[in-house]
Write a protein that binds this ligand. Sequence first.
Ligand code: UD1
Ligand code: CA
Length: 453
Amino acid sequence: MERTCLAIILAAGDSTRMKSSISKVLHPIAGRPMIAHVMEAIAKTDISTAALVVGRDAQEVTAAAAIGGVKVEAYLQKERLGTGHAVLAARQAIAKGYDDILVAYGDVPLLTDAPLRAAREGLAAGNDIVVIGFHTQNPNAYGRLLVKDGELIAIREAKDATDTELAVTWCNSGLMAINGRKALDLLERIGNDNAKREYYLTDLVEIARSQGGRAVAVDAPEVEMTGCNNRAELAVIERLWQERRRHELMLSGVTMIAPETVFLAYDTVIGKDALIEPNVVFGPGAVIEGGAVIHAFSHVEGAHVSTGATVGPFARLRPGADLADGSKVGNFCEVKNGKIGKGAKVSHLTYIGDATVGAGSNIGAGTITCNYDGVNKYETHIGANSFIGSNSSLVAPVSIGDDAYVASGSVITEDVPAEALAFGRARQEVKPGRARVIRERALAIKAAKKGSH
Ligand code: UD1
Ligand code: CA
C-alpha cells in the first residue's frame, strides 16, 4: 500500500480486574504477552510507525510490543481520562502527518490483520472514519453502532443509550481507522459531556459528520474482538487462540488425534504429516518437521525434531534439543541442549544434557550425562554407532569414540577411545553356597530375638 499509516495502540489501562502486579497486556497468550499478538496483526497491516500509549509498566509493555521489526514509539498517558484522551497522548506522532491512522487496543490478542486492512481500505475509498464493528448476542456494555443509509451516524455508549439504541446488536470493537490529515483537528473537538465524564473516542463519528465528513463501519468476526479484562477471560482467549491455531495446523496437514488436548505456543511450527498424539504441550521455539511423531504426554520446548524422529510417550525436550532424522527419544527421557544423531536411540529413562550423540548410537535405559558439578556445566560427546550400557553415568566433560562400548552400570570419568570397551564398575564376584550361610545366620538372629521376649 502506498499510503502511510500510524497505528496507535491503547495500552494504558490499569488492569484493575486482572488483580495483578503487572499490566494486563503483559499476561501471556500461547507463551507471549498479549500485546505482542496485537502487534503481530498490526505489523501485517503494512503500517509505517506504531505509537504505543502506555501507563503502568511502560518500559516492560514497550519492550514486549517490539516484535518483528515494527518501529514502536511509546507515549505516556499520565491520567486515564478516556479513549479519546488516550489517543491524543500520541499527539506528537499524529502531528507528523500520516495518510491513515489506525487505533487498536492492546488487550485484543485474537486480532488479525484482515479487519485492520478492511478499515484502511475504507479510508482509501474516501471515508474519514471507518469503525470496526462486530455482531454479538451479548451487546452488554459495548458501544452501539447507529447506522443509516449505509453510513455510520453515531456510536452510542451503553451508559448514554436509549432503550431502542440498546436493542442494537452491532457493536463497536473500539478499533477504528481515521483520516490522518484530519485526525488531530477532529480529536481536539472531543469533549467529556457524557455519563462517565470521559473523553470518548467514539464521539469522533458525530464530530466528523458535523464537519462534512463521512463515517462507515466494517464488520469483523466477534471472536477477533474478544477483549481481556480478568483471568477468566484470559483463559477463554487462550482457549480460542489454541482452537484457531490447532485448526490451521490440521488443515495444513498435521494429524492430531485429540486436538483439544494439544497446547501450542505462538511460534510452534509443525510440518505436514507429523502426528501429534494426545496431551502434548509445546513451549516456545518448537519446530517439528513433517513425518515426525510426538507420542502422548510429551513436553517440547525450544527443540527441533527432524522428519521420521519419534518422541515420547512421556518425554521432555528442553531448549537446544535437536533430534536428527529417524532418531528416537523414548519414555521418561529428558534432552536439554543435546544433539541426537541420525537414527540414534535414547529409548528409556535417560537424561542427555549438554551432549551430542552420534548417528546410530544406542543409549541404554537409565543412562545419565552428569553435566553439572553444582557450579559449572560440562559437555559429553558420544560418537557414532556406540553402545552405552544401561544405568551408566557419563561424568562430563567426557568423550566416547565411534563404535565404542560402555558396560552397563559404568561410571565413566575418562574418555573412551573409538572401538574400545570400557568398564567403570566393580568386577562381579560369585561365592558358591554363600547365600545359604547368610540366610541361616539371619534366621538364627530372628529366633534369638523371639526367645528373649
Ligand atoms: C470502549 C468503547 C466502546 C467499545 C468498547 C469495546 C469508548 C468511549 N468506548 O469502551 O464503544 O464497545 O471499548 O471494548 O471508546 N484506555 C486507555 N486510556 C484511557 C482509557 C482507555 O489507554 O484513558 C484503553 C484501555 O486500556 C483499553 C481501551 O483503551 O485497552 C478501551 O478502554 P475501556 O475503558 O475498556 O473502554 P470501554 O469502556 O470498554
Ligand atoms: Ca473495555
